[in-house]
Design a binder for this molecule. Structure first.
Ligand code: NOJ
Length: 751
């Protein structure tokens, strides 16, 4: 087409589209999508299914050669539906303008980014947030992230990760909600609501993405990208429900993954993406591949080349190709050769365009390009307050012998020891790509706000100071300098606060660990300090459960603080000095040793569960069966007593369970009251315990509250191996208590 003719065509097209729009404002999105689809060539359709990584510094010259030049040309041709990792209003606007003004149909791009736990203002890592069991706070945290991300042009986050995992060796457990499906499903919904809000077209809400579909968290031996081989019962009952919960909460996108599941790479699995997600669950958003996972069908040995990978990916229901170029290079030919039907392409494109309409991008492609919001929303003080609230609630008090905690303000001489205590970068955690380095409040700075009687000693060096998202963290194993000073400082103090753990970049993608103890010389430091001063408060920072058996046996007070983000120091100081009474509960079991992994509370019973005088029962010869700290464990500065468990199963529709919880201590505290069921005999073996309800309550000293739970078929049923949801009559055990290990027990018969 000549330039002038092209110009007139575009004007005509816009007139047609906009007059169609004004004529029928009420035209449904699906009608608008169909009209647009009718105008598109096959190449343009496939273009919508292509996502590229950012490649161009828009303040520099236009790329003229190489991959960047190809991507640039593809953008102009309308062969790109989405970009990832392009942020900042100026950059986003420039690319959007290129596509809207220069491509034939001017279909706006959608801009994706990993907004995992905050953008500039960083919230606790998701595993930490899960420890709060506080859905309102978690939703609010996702909303804050959406508010900031949308202010820099982003309108799609690759979160929440809803992968259940029972393996702390897997570095990505920091990104999820832990080991439990019920808790994980609630959190999935809270996060989706937080990101997407009630109105996706508002300028401060963004599209969420439930990932990684499915079973990525079951990577064998906890090694990232590894094969997952799990049975149908685990797939249906443990892995899939959080995804279904996200779909029920109207999540608009789902990401597949890198792993093979039972012999088929999930990216090439029609069973997962078409049969279950789109057919059975009725998901009407779109599926994005994981980074290059369509191309990776080749090294998996599932496709012979990139062309076949494109064919298999599209046929399996992967709607958009993240950065492997398989679709843009080969899908048109695959269609022409009859290997992929045009109906399948139309279906994928329809889904993608629908989400773009829902975001309001066709009304205003620059909706998320608001310089004023970009200036005002980042690091907003309300956001700082929100992530501080989230951070306090994420802390778990693992142990508090002799009520060593809280420390009385200004009454004791405090030693603060450990490199991590004075670190304002590592506590931001992994997966915080939008944040600025060194913007966390360190523990030391936080504690100093409450006491001017603090002496700090770094102790031996632990990590390389320039640790980053891209490479492994280096750990010092040999240089003990700093040890003596730390011991001397500990000796002269009334109480020692030791801050130890993993570096923020020791967990996350590609960061599997085979040893889960404290890295480097940290345990030696702890032991040396403990020799000279027994009043040790251990503040742990880590992105996964650790094996800390010696620590748990010997150290009187232990706080699990994970990586708490921007407000780390303030949150920890409030807990250490008793301004906030800790209320978190573990979302993942802490093993005693790596050999116990996978260890999780809701395991099946074996045929030989009970100890015998001989060896022929299910146990280890060199390790206990029970965990170091169980799922759901977490103490408070006060104490709670449970009494009067009553179970009423007279109503055929539901079972009502009630318990009285009393604050028996002398300060106000919050308790997460947990309800577990055990379906004692079933056609598919049920776990020994399953969380099916929880309530977080606050109680004044000496006061009591009745807490009520309702169990319906939804809670009492399960998926059988044919993926049918069944509710079977029979006897159920009930436990209501303070953790998955401690509570009051009862029974009822379900007719
Ligand atoms: C790979 C990760 O697995 C995925 O979770 C992430 O969203 C993409 N990279 C994009 O960064």
């Amino acid at each position: 087409m000549k330039p002038l003719a092209k110009h007139s065509f575009i004007i005509l097209l816009y007139l047609t589209l906009s007059s169609t729009m004004t004529m029928a404002q009420h035209k449904t999105i699906s009608q608008k999508v169909d009209s647009l689809l009718n105008l598109m060539t096959l190449e343009e359709k496939v273009g919508q299914m292509n996502q590229y990584n950012g490649f161009w510094d828009v303040t520099g010259p236009v790329p003229e050669e190489g991959n960047a030049a190809i991507k640039y040309e593809h953008l102009k041709k309308g062969w790109v539906g989405s970009m990832l990792n392009v942020t900042g209003v100026e950059n986003v606007r420039k690319l959007q303008k290129l596509v809207v003004e220069e491509s034939r149909l001017g279909i706006p791009l959608i801009f994706g980014f990993d907004v995992i736990h905050g953008y500039k203002t960083v919230a606790p890592i998701p595993l930490a947030e899960a420890a709060s069991w506080d859905m309102e706070a978690i939703e609010n945290s996702a909303r804050i992230a959406a508010d900031e991300a949308s202010a820099v042009g982003i309108n799609w986050t690759f979160a929440p990760m809803v992968d259940i995992s029972r393996d702390p060796r897997w570095g990505r457990v920091m990104e999820g909600a832990g080991e439990d499906t019920y808790l994980g499903a609630q959190i999935a919904q809270a996060r989706v609501k937080g990101f997407q809000g009630d109105n996706l077209s508002a300028e401060n809400t963004i599209v969420a993405c439930a990932k990684h579909f499915a079973a990525y968290g079951f990577a064998e031996a906890g090694k990232d990208y590894n094969t997952a081989d799990i049975g149908t019962s685990t797939l249906y009952n443990a892995v899939l429900p959080p995804f279904q919960a996200a779909v029920d909460a109207n999540v608009r996108t789902v990401m597949n993954g890198f792993n093979v599941l039972n012999g088929v790479p999930v990216t090439g699995s029609a069973f997962l993406q078409r049969d279950i997600l789109k057919e059975k669950w009725g998901f009407d958003g779109f599926v994005i591949s994981d980074w290059a996972s369509i191309g990776e069908l080749v090294p998996h040995g599932f496709a012979k080349d990139l062309k076949q990978a494109a064919e298999l990916g599209a046929n399996a229901g992967s709607d958009m190709d993240m950065e492997s170029s398989a679709y843009v290079l080969h899908l048109v030919n695959n269609v022409k050769e009859g290997k992929v039907s045009e109906e399948k392409i139309d279906d994928a494109v329809r889904r993608i365009l629908t989400v773009k309409y829902e975001l309001g991008l066709f009304d205003d492609p620059y909706k998320y390009c608001n310089e004023k919001r970009e200036k005002e929303r980042l690091y907003h003080e309300d956001h700082q307050a929100g992530v501080l609230d989230m951070a306090k609630k994420s802390i778990v008090l693992l142990k508090n012998e002799g009520n060593l905690l809280p420390i009385k303000k200004n009454q004791s001489k405090i030693a603060v020891i450990g490199e991590l205590a004075n670190d304002n970068n590592s506590p931001l955690g992994s997966w915080r790509l939008g944040s600025d380095n060194h913007t966390a409040i360190s523990v030391l700075d936080g504690l100093k706000k409450y006491s001017n009687n603090i002496t700090y000693a770094k102790g031996p060096k632990v990590f390389n100071p320039d640790a980053s998202f891209l490479n492994h963290v280096q750990v010092n194993e040999t240089d003990t300098s700093g040890m003596e000073e730390a011991i001397a400082v500990a000796k002269q103090s009334d109480v020692v606060v030791l801050v130890l753990g993993e570096h923020g970049f020791q967990s996350g993608e590609g960061r599997s660990r085979a040893q889960l103890g404290l890295p480097g010389l940290q345990l030696n430091l702890l032991k040396e300090v403990y020799k000279v001063n027994k009043n040790v408060v251990l503040i742990l920072m880590n992105g996964r459960p650790l094996t800390i058996e010696w620590e748990a046996e010997n150290i009187p007070a232990i706080l699990e603080t994970w990586q708490l983000g921007s407000q780390t120091g303030n949150a920890i100081a409030q807990v250490v000095f008793g301004e906030y009474n800790p209320s978190g509960k573990l979302p993942m079991t802490f093993p005693r040793s790596v050999g116990q992994i996978p260890i999780y509370y809701n395991h099946n019973s074996t045929g030989r569960p009970n100890a015998q005088p001989n060896v022929f029962w299910s146990h280890y010869s060199d390790e206990k069966n029970d965990p170091l700290f169980p799922f759901g464990h977490g103490l408070s500065y006060t104490t709670f007593a449970y009494s009067n468990l009553t179970i009423d199963s007279n109503n055929p529709e539901y079972v009502s369970v009630e318990v009285t919880v009393t604050n028996t201590g002398d300060r106000t505290g919050e308790e997460v009251v947990q309800l577990y069921i055990h379906d004692k005999v079933a056609s598919v073996v049920r776990p020994v315990k399953e969380l099916k309800g929880f309530k977080k309550i606050s109680l004044a000293p000496k006061s009591s509250q009745k807490v009520q739970f309702t169990l319906t078929n939804k809670e009492l049923g399960f998926f059988n191996n044919a993926y049918e949801f069944v509710v079977e009559p029979g006897e159920f055990g009930i436990m209501v208590g303070t953790s998955s290990q401690t509570g009051l027990h009862g029974n009822f018969i379900k007719n």
